[in-house]
Write a protein that binds this ligand. Structure first.
Ligand code: AGP
Length: 613
């Protein structure tokens, strides 16, 4: 949700901090700020707007300092403005704090602090933390680290935070619970980041803080980690699995376009080492230990949010078709509060690109408490979800920076397909010929996507038709219904045009009332079992003067002749069609948003990782 960076060491802090914020801006970008510590004095600069606005605001300031913290915000409490931007200062200006997460009991804590005379400058939950720490220091007569431990012991909610104090030169305190935070270890220097992007060019040695851990960073001392009960913890140093070039745009105008074009490689990478052609088996190393649990599962529950939920809906078709075991797909945010029936022979599959989505994490904890086996499908190595599930498979799509998820979706669907093939082969619920057909079909997908990417300019032309539209309907059937939902989400989240995905057959139960000449209808009409039905649905729309934009299998002249616009894509096995049919819809949304002057990589009101409820 928000981006956190911090530095202490022998270099100038500001250049690392401001570049780090740019690397994390996809996490939230409605305001940003930096606090620098030198000569036992804290200097604070913060501003509503993007990181570039902060940079301009600081341009004429003295930014020399070897220790600092910085933050880019996605507002949860308190509107985006200068006052609510982080860092927040204690009343005497001796403490500065940045925070990613939600203090759920902030109101009761704030009321207590107000009674004690504290004055709040902002409307954020975060500011409660800084005054609470200061209050504990004064009333309990403890040092700063203990005050932080004690304050976090009474906090309900989530946090990733960094704190500076003018009393402790060069020192940074970092703490984490429920929001990601990692520490980069340099030579007499420490780097802190919400993820590896700000750190990767400086060090590959990192420590992922665990929940309720508090780290004390000082360039002249060893890294100290305790938990909030002041019990020493041994740092587990890991290698950062990230390369710098992976987080640059690589010559593309936007991260989103780069990531759309990376899909052939992402899918190859998501299959790498998992299709053993010698032994003719598909195997996913990360779940081997729990394969029996999955083979004996009476039910699969797929929990996710947004695009990952759409991938789960595709997974439902694939799992039920190949493994013949019931699958339920749940919005994690609904599942976690519904007191669902979960049995010990259930397997919950949590799908998440970021691995930090709060609702999905909560669904995982709920399922684990009720004895189910929990398998993760994540794209970020070492993410909270990856570390909270019993086992899992990484999608290996590479960092996805654009807020609108693209390559993560197709990689998720690929991994779900591999999982289903592996289980179906072992359960004997798939014929050998169909198994090979799908394995070979998967292998052909990257090339088919390459063919669609070559239609980028053609799709850009079609996008012109959408620029002034207010509403769009997306229709699909069967395994392409989730693709209709995904196409609609892509369009609305980056172009701000209202779009809805519907099962094509559902039109006549109400939505067809919306159809007129001003209503574009994007319809997925690739060759599949219900093709004839889709043709009838197109007729129904046309007879009400609706405009048809169709995605068809190459050579389909029937639907092409019925359409106002038509995008032909390579034929593929029905179960694999979401892997190709989703790509033209990604490009369509991208170009419509661009033509409408929207910020494609950082759409308004959104953030890449929703690590709060
Ligand atoms: C997708 O384009 C959106 N950015 C959003 O719906 C996203 O898929 C959702 O927030 C889930 O994120 P996750 O996959 O990181 O859990």
């Amino acid at each position: 949700m928000c981006g956190i960076v911090a530095y202490t060491g022998n270099k100038q802090a500001y250049p690392f901090l401001i570049n780090g914020l740019k690397r994390l801006e996809y996490r939230g970008y409605d305001s940003a700020g930096v606090a620098l510590l030198s000569e036992n004095q804290i200097r604070l600069y913060k501003k509503q707007g993007k990181v570039a606005d902060l940079e301009r605001f600081c341009a004429t300031e003295d930014l020399s300092a070897h220790t600092g913290i910085a933050h880019t915000r996605w507002a949860t409490h308190g509107e985006p403005n200068d006052e609510n931007a982080h860092p927040h200062l204690s009343e005497d200006g001796s403490l500065a704090l940045i925070h990613n997460g939600i203090v759920e009991n902030y109101l009761s804590l704030k009321n207590e602090l107000l009674k004690r005379g504290y004055v709040f400058k902002s409307h954020t939950d975060t500011e409660v933390l800084i005054h609470l720490i200061q209050d504990i220091r004064k009333t309990e007569q403890v040092d700063l680290v203990e005050a932080v431990q004690m304050a976090l012991s009474v906090v309900v909610g989530t946090y990733a935070l960094a704190i500076l104090s003018s009393e402790y030169s060069k020192q940074i305190i970092a703490a984490k619970k429920g929001s990601p935070l990692l520490i980069g270890l340099g030579k007499n220097e420490f780097f802190v980041g919400s993820d590896g992007a700000p750190i990767v060019e400086y060090t590959q040695k990192v420590v992922y803080l665990n929940d309720e851990e508090v780290a004390v960073l000082h360039p002249d001392k060893e890294l100290q980690i305790t938990n909030i009960r002041n019990e020493k913890q041994r740092p587990s140093i890991q290698k950062l699995e990230l390369k710098l070039e992976q987080i640059e745009k690589g010559g593309f105008e936007h991260f989103m376009l780069k990531e759309i074009f990376e899909q052939p490689k992402a899918i190859v990478d998501s299959m790498r080492g998992r299709i053993n052609t010698q032994k003719d088996v598909v195997s996913l190393g990360g779940i081997i230990e729990y394969e029996n649990k999955m083979l004996n599962a009476k039910r699969f529950i797929i929990a996710a949010c947004g695009t990952s939920w759409h991938a789960g809906l595709v997974g439902e078709h694939i799992f039920e078709s190949l493994i013949r075991v019931p699958v339920e797909v749940e919005y994690a945010s609904e599942f976690r509060y519904r007191n669902p029936i979960i049995n010990e022979d259930d397997v919950l599959i949590a799908i998440s690109q970021s691995g930090e989505t709060a609702d999905t994490l909560a669904a995982i904890e709920l399922a684990k408490r009720k004895g189910a086996t929990v398998i993760g499908i994540c794209n970020v190595v070492g993410s909270s979800i990856a570390r909270s599930t019993h086992a899992g498979s990484y999608t290996h799509a590479g960092p996805e920076i654009g807020v609108a998820s693209t390559k993560a979706f197709t990689a998720q669907v690929t991994v779900l397909t591999l999982m289903a093939l592996s289980l179906a082969r072992k359960k004997g619920t798939i014929s050998l010929s169909y198994y090979y057909q799908l394995v070979n079909g998967l292998g052909a997908i990257p090339e088919k996507i390459e063919a669609i990417l070559k239609k980028n300019d053609e799709i850009k032309e079609i996008a012109r038709y959408f620029v002034d539209k207010q509403n769009v309907i997306y229709l699909g059937r069967g395994v392409n219904f989730p693709v209709a939902l995904e196409g609609a989400l892509k369009l609305k989240e980056i172009s701000y045009i209202h779009a809805e995905g519907y099962p094509a057959a559902e039109m006549k139960h109400g939505p067809i009332a919306l159809i007129d000449e001003a209503m574009p209808v994007v319809i997925l009409a690739t060759e599949q079992e219900t093709y004839e039905k889709i043709v009838s649905n197109i007729q129904e729309v046309k007879s009400r003067r609706g405009k048809i934009i169709s995605i068809v299998s190459e050579g389909d002249e029937t639907v092409k002749n019925m359409s106002d616009f038509c995008i032909e894509i390579p034929k593929t096995e029905e179960l694999l069609s979401p892997l190709v049919a989703s790509v033209p819809l990604q490009l369509l949304a991208y170009h419509v948003a661009l033509l409408r002057g929207c910020d494609v990589d950082k759409p308004r009101n959104l953030a890449k990782s929703v690590s709060v409820e």
